[in-house]
Design a protein around this ligand. Structure first.
Ligand SMILES: NC(=O)c1ccc[n+]([C@@H]2O[C@H](COP(=O)([O-])OP(=O)(O)OC[C@H]3O[C@@H](n4cnc5c(N)ncnc54)[C@H](OP(=O)(O)O)[C@@H]3O)[C@@H](O)[C@H]2O)c1
Length: 202
């Protein structure tokens, strides 16, 4: 049994991830901390370090957090770009950077990206761009991680549990059950793969 921290555990993807971690000890965290074991803000390195210190020993971190702003490229403001980049990209990279000082030997990080960098749709340029950056980050940083530590990204399409919210803006996309995305997180945590982008699409 591994001890796994799931950041963004209260969200759609966080709940899907937890479905794949049944045999492990799961510690939950989110920005508000509502319904979770801990509060953390991934845009703040001090907050991330405090989470890791409070948990103590852990074998894996799953990041299912990353706020994205949606707007047409022509009207997307600098603030909207910054909010998305600081959360979905820099925030998740911080989860790894700070985590290296705390995670056990042979541990793993799994980050969230999203299918929109492969299958673009209107209004989603910031989500797509940062998802592509996360995929590139895990492929490349995997070569630099010490102590047998692994890293992967899960890149899912929209999940059924979120379809009501996003379905209208995603004509022609087929949602997948959250449980399938849970399997992808399980494969990242429980196999030996590293530097991989695990796509989950219909
Ligand atoms: N939903 C999908 O079908 C889908 C598919 C592919 C990719 N994705 C990607 O997955 C990520 C999460 O999406 P979601 O649908 O699960 O969103 P969600 O339901 O809104 O949940 C977001 C989760 O992340 C936490 N969070 C947000 N900002 C944070 C921060 N700065 N620090 C720590 N925790 C933070 C939230 O905490 P609080 O609730 O406490 O604020 C919540 O637990 C996004 O980047 C999205 O693009 C989603």
């Amino acid at each position: 049994m591994k001890t796994i921290i799931v950041i963004g555990a209260s969200g759609n993807i966080g709940k899907a991830a937890i479905k794949g971690l049944g045999k492990h000890k799961v510690i939950t965290a989110s920005r508000s901390g509502k319904g979770c074991d801990y509060q953390v803000d991934i845009t703040d390195k001090t907050s991330i370090a405090a989470l890791y210190k409070a948990v103590g020993k852990f074998d894996a971190v799953i990041s299912a957090a990353g706020h994205c702003e949606y707007a047409p490229f022509e009207s997307m403001t600098d603030d909207q770009w910054q909010a998305t980049i600081q959360s979905k990209l820099v925030g998740q990279m911080n989860v790894v950077k700070v985590g290296l000082d705390h995670i056990e030997n042979g541990g793993s990080f799994t980050l969230i990206s999203g299918i929109l960098n492969i299958k673009p749709m209107p209004l989603a340029i910031a989500d797509a761009t940062t998802s592509g950056a996360i995929d590139t980050f895990v492929k490349c940083v995997a070569f630099e991680l010490p102590r047998g530590i692994r890293i992967n990204a899960v890149n899912p399409t929209v999940i059924e549990e979120a379809w009501e919210m996003y379905g209208e803006m995603m004509p022609g996309y087929q949602p997948v059950p959250g449980a399938l995305v849970g399997k992808a997180f399980e494969r990242s945590v429980d196999s030996f793969i590293t530097g991989q982008v695990i796509f989950v699409d219909a």
